[in-house]
Design a binder for this molecule. Sequence first.
Ligand SMILES: Nc1ncnc2c1ncn2[C@@H]1O[C@H](COP(=O)(O)OP(=O)(O)OP(=O)(O)O)[C@@H](O)[C@H]1O
Length: 240
Amino acid sequence: MALLEIHHARFKAGNRTILNDLSLSIEAGETHVLIGTNGTGKSTLARLIMGCDGYRLSAGKILFAGEYIGDRRMQDRARLGLSMVWQEPALFEGISVRDYLSLGDKQIDPSSCLNRFGLNPTHYLERPLDQTMSGGERKRIELASMLALQPKLCILDEPVSGIDLLSIRNILSVIGRIKQNGSAILLISHREEVAAIADRASLLCGGHIIASGDPQQIVEQYKSRQCIVCDGQECDYAAG
Ligand SMILES: Nc1ncnc2c1ncn2[C@@H]1O[C@H](COP(=O)(O)OP(=O)(O)OP(=O)(O)O)[C@@H](O)[C@H]1O
């Protein structure tokens, strides 16, 4: 049994079909990268898995650890072990970095989480997570929280966007650490170096998974556009 199973998912916004007959499975402990052009439905899929307001399937189902979660609220899904770092880091006004990193397993030392992301605890532990922090800093702190929370599945939407070039390697190695902690990871990214750390990849086109397999092969398929059935035009898969 896979940890996450999505069967024949369909999602409509108004009368537009965004995801169509989408099936995907992620095994426990697996790192899976989801690749696809802008606007093809990657973040929409992540919101559906997380149970964001307004994101419910019109057909198909999502199972987590064998349990149907389609009718569960976001907080309940988090309790089951689903976590996400959003493409645009969230603001947690009023909460300090120390408190934020202590929300999960109390055994985990917030200072060591920060150190692993190249953030000096002396400068960050007592600071509030607000607009005074840069986007890159907030993103690193959210990623650090995945080390502390140890979710069963964490979804990382564009984990290196907003991260400076010199720090990308460090971020990738900490994602490896999140994996070593036992979390399965769904990476949403266009970047080859991110795909390279995955065990498996899936290619999304027009709201439909059109190929899954070895990350390098999927990246080549994506780059060569062999698989982009819609060739940048209105996609056949979205027509249904
Ligand atoms: N609630 C909604 N209402 C209307 N349109 C929506 C809604 N949610 C998503 N969409 C549309 O669905 C399409 C897919 O959006 P999504 O953010 O999932 O793309 P993406 O693959 O993550 O793109 P990117 O790589 O640019 O981040 C877009 O055209 C978006 O405008």
